[in-house]
Design a protein around this ligand. Structure first.
Ligand code: DLL
Length: 435
């Protein structure tokens, strides 16, 4: 498949050359963090590691992991590798509990970031002829600014719409002839639901591509978005601690998200033991940054569960692809001894007419027994249906959920839009057992 490539020199680099570049950049990064970041210096010293000891990429495993806890302990600026006067931007992660993590960018980091985002936007099919509507919230969250910079660098026309305001989004989409929609996949569903209610035919719009990310979504949800919105829907991945969006994204082959390996080294570890797993295994993604100045991260544990595919992609890019993430290792729930990923519910929901892929799991403990309640947003028709119909609907659900998850659950139907969203991301789990 003939596809545009933004930065072919890096995206299509032969692996041997790429690994040499990674090693040089890794060594430079290690020298800088050892010199400028007390947390890293202390950790390296404790293990008796000197940056000089890292002579090959396989030596990476000698280095300690960095976790969210390290960032919390060094709140707010303790992990910065440059003086604050060189930092031109501060963002913060969207966690819902405790202190947020604070991340910084130098002028050069903003350039790097824009370039990385331009790469995955180009891979998804965005060009300078496009009109890009950004439906992420502008603010401390990295989503809107990141995509905004990438689209501007490509030379597209950017509409900085921001999050929410669904009817206005639709009006702008119609009047300004937006061709690209950027946001969370769950917001794409909210938009298309509202369009249906307003009698707006998605075919009458100019939209052709959707760039969705910031939360897990299944292939079934992709199919639903693509058919209902009549667009090509692509996935992109990132996290504030690493750079925000721009770690990776799908090309038009949609067989995994290309990780830009000249800027990041990905590893997959066993989340229980920390051991690096062989290529192709599923485990927790660990990332090391190679080009960041203000906020370098060494072996950061993302908690996201995925696997890496090093085979060459049809698009011509040689960089590795990560699979859609299954969920987070810290989201994995053990309910009555069974491992449950909240995202498993989504596949069930998308297959049943009348419900939205918006759900929440509430776990409690009654005596020694864990209980699971699954709250599901349903369309208004079903919500206001007769009790008898609702009962039949609920029973169907409970059966399917039990067969997919392997544990029984009580299903509760809730009104559209009643599950809280944080930065547009739905809050999927409430675990009352920990309280
Ligand atoms: O969500 C950065 C971002 C913005 C990525 C816009 C893509 C688009 P945080 O708020 O720090 O940063 O949240 C990072 O969100 O560790 C994943 O658990 C989850 N996440 C991000 N992208 C995806 C994705 C931004 N495509 C956390 N699929 C990450 C699944 C995702 N989960």
């Amino acid at each position: 498949m003939q596809q545009q490539i933004w930065d072919a020199a890096y995206e299509c680099m032969p692996r041997e050359e790429l690994e040499q570049l990674q090693l040089e950049r890794l060594q430079a990064t290690l020298n800088r963090v050892h010199k400028n970041v007390t947390c890293y210096r202390n950790k390296f010293n404790e293990l008796g590691i000197d940056p000089e000891d890292i002579q090959s990429l396989s030596d990476l495993t000698k280095l300690p992991f960095t976790t969210k806890e390290d960032l919390r302990l060094n709140y707010p600026y303790g992990m910065f590798a440059v003086p604050l006067r060189e930092v031109v931007r501060i963002h913060s992660s969207s966690g819902t509990t405790g202190k947020p993590t604070v991340v910084g960018y130098t002028k050069h980091d903003i350039k790097t970031w824009s370039n990385l985002v331009a790469r995955f936007m180009t891979a998804a099919g965005v060009t300078h002829d496009d009109v890009v509507q950004i439906a992420f919230g502008y603010g401390l969250f990295t989503g809107a600014f990141g995509l905004h910079y990438g689209a501007e660098l490509i030379g597209a026309s950017v509409i900085p719409m921001g999050g929410g305001n669904t009817e206005k989004q639709i009006m702008i989409m119609q009047d300004y002839k937006s061709t690209v929609l950027v946001g969370t996949p769950s917001y794409a569903i909210t938009l298309v639901d509202r369009m249906e209610k307003m009698g707006v035919d998605p075919k009458s719009l100019s939209l052709k591509v959707g760039l969705f990310g910031a939360e897990p979504w299944s292939e079934a949800m992709r199919r639903e978005i693509e058919t209902r919105l009549c667009i090509s829907a692509t996935d992109n991945y990132g996290l504030s601690e690493i750079i925000g969006p721009g770690v990776g994204g799908e090309c038009q082959c949609k067989r995994g998200m290309h990780i830009f390996e000249d800027a990041f080294i990905p590893e997959i570890i066993d989340p229980e033991t920390g051991t690096v797993l062989p290529a192709g295994s599923t485990g927790e993604l660990v990332l090391t940054t190679l080009t960041k100045e203000a906020f370098p991260m060494i072996r950061y544990r993302t908690r996201d569960i995925t696997s890496l595919d090093y085979t060459e992609c049809e698009c011509g890019r040689t960089v590795v692809r990560m699979k859609k993430t299954m969920g987070r290792s810290d989201d994995m729930l053990i309910i009555r001894g069974v491992n449950v990923f909240p995202s498993q519910i989504e596949e069930v929901l998308v297959a049943i007419e009348g419900c939205e892929p918006h759900y929440q799991l509430v776990i409690d403990r009654k005596g020694a027994l864990d209980t699971l309640e699954v709250r599901i947003e349903v369309t208004e028709n079903i919500f206001f249906d007769e009790m008898k119909m609702q009962r039949a609907f609920l029973e169907k659900f409970e059966k399917r959920i039990e067969s997919v998850l392997g544990v029984g659950a009580t299903v509760k139907l809730v009104e559209p839009n009643s599950i809280p969203r944080h930065e547009g991301k739905a809050q999927r789990v409430i675990d009352n057992r920990k309280l």
